[in-house]
Design a protein. Structure first.
Length: 279
């Protein structure tokens, strides 16, 4: 019997997840289906309960339901540590047990370290933004033991909260990373080896108020947005940085979800190229 999976969002017609998981299933000979499901903005819980009733094995969760998924799993199931720390759920195991996880951060780290061959260890890392997208990647980034992790955000208080929460999670016997919050206007004079744009400015083609000097020699500038060249990417490239969009992260986080569901880890580079070729 074919196992059923899905991604839930609103909107959802643009989602590449069905193509990605279909490629994974074919590659690994898994008997499964995967579809995109539109849920009403106030109907996430009802939709998930319906899928559980219909025997679905798991779902991915995308905008705007990652916090709804967190609350749903918190009440009805078990949250894995990464989801609890990220305060967001993007992957749910439905049957036989309800378990919520977050694979976004692992997806980002795998893309950076494996596909771009960029070691985060002992590097200076800057994360721009402190919303849900940023929270999802902070713990996996710290697990790579960078020298420093800096968070910068328009709302500086949110950046400070993110640093405080992150600092409480760090095992100082295992990790020596320095975590700090810096205002956008105070970034002048600081250089970083890895700069990650976790804001949504790429959606509106808005430039961030960041100085050109933040990109150190050999810097990797990574925008979580994919499918377009953002103002952040343009600025980084003009200042000598290697630039990357978030397509690899999308595929890598899907691969981690696939592994959680199926117990087999798919190869990702060919799938990243396949999806990129569709653009």
């Amino acid at each position: 019997m074919t196992d059923k999976y899905a991604v839930i969002g609103n909107p959802i017609s643009h989602s590449k997840s069905p193509l990605i998981h279909e490629a994974f299933a074919k590659q690994t000979n898994q008997d499964m289906s995967y579809e995109a499901i539109l849920a009403p903005l106030d109907g996430f819980e009802a939709k998930v309960l319906d899928l559980i009733e219909k025997g679905y094995k798991g779902v991915n969760v995308t905008v705007p339901f990652k916090f709804d998924a967190l609350k749903f799993v918190f009440v009805n199931g078990v949250l894995n540590p990464l989801a609890e720390r990220a305060q967001a759920v993007n992957t749910i195991m439905l049957n036989p047990n309800l378990i919520g996880d977050n694979t976004d951060g692992i997806g980002l780290v795998n893309d950076v370290t494996k596909n771009f061959k960029f070691s985060i260890r002992n590097k200076k890392v800057l994360v721009l933004g402190s919303g849900g997208a940023a929270f999802g990647v902070l713990q996996p980034l710290v697990n790579q033991n960078p020298m420093k992790l800096t968070i910068s955000n328009r709302n500086f208080a949110k950046a400070e909260v993110a640093v405080q929460l992150l600092s409480e999670l760090i095992d100082t016997s295992q990790c020596t990373t320095i975590c700090e919050a810096i205002k956008f206007e105070d970034l002048e004079g600081h250089e970083f080896d890895l700069v990650i744009n976790a804001t949504s400015t790429g959606l509106t083609d808005t430039a961030l108020p960041i100085p050109n000097t933040i990109f150190a020699k050999g810097c990797l500038a990574y925008d979580m947005m994919y499918g377009r060249v953002t103002p952040f990417m343009k600025q980084a490239k003009e200042n000598g940085a290697q630039v990357a969009d978030g397509l690899g992260m999308l595929v890598e986080q899907a691969a981690e979800a696939f592994y959680l569901w199926r117990g087999v880890r798919p190869e990702t580079l060919s799938v990243i190229q396949e999806i990129r070729n569709l653009a």
